[in-house]
Design a protein around this ligand. Structure first.
Ligand code: RB5
Length: 140
């Protein structure tokens, strides 16, 4: 499975931690590709969202809080970004919301906890059923 991943400067270290330590998938880093001090998180979020939409894929976006990345990603119709602070949130984001982008906070989460959050996100299926209708309504 190929997973798109992106970060700003605040998420750069966590992005590399995940790429180095989460071995279950192949990551495609969409940027920023070098550590700077003043990256613009919306640019990465827009690039990654377009890739996820084009390829019907899954993405991970990381910034300081996860909030800015999530806001930018969710401006794209068809993107369902979820800022998850726990594995329980990741479970529900997939089961009920069919989230296709996991947003993570590099400043609020312990690095090692993000491995479980990501694993949960990738291994949990959308439940469908009554949630299908609600997810469709998101884009109306
Ligand atoms: C960068 O300092 C910070 O604002 C950014 O990473 C993110 O947390 C925005 O939502």
């Amino acid at each position: 499975m190929k997973i798109y991943i992106g970060s700003d400067h605040a998420g750069y270290e966590l992005k590399h931690y995940l790429m180095d330590n989460f071995k279950d998938v192949e990551f495609k880093d969409v940027g920023y590709l070098e550590l700077n001090k003043d990256d613009d998180y919306p640019s990465v979020a827009h690039d990654l969202s377009n890739k996820v939409l084009t390829e019907n894929g899954i993405g991970v976006l990381i910034c300081g809080t996860g909030l800015g990345m999530c806001m930018a990603a969710n401006r794209h119709k068809g993107i369902r970004g979820a800022n998850c602070l726990t594995s329980e949130m990741a479970t529900m984001a997939r089961k009920h919301n069919n989230a296709n982008i996991l947003c993570l906070s590099a400043r609020l989460l312990k690095q090692e906890d993000t491995l479980e959050i990501l694993k949960t996100f990738l291994n949990t299926e959308f439940e469908g059923g009554r949630h299908e209708r609600r997810v469709e309504l998101l884009d109306k």
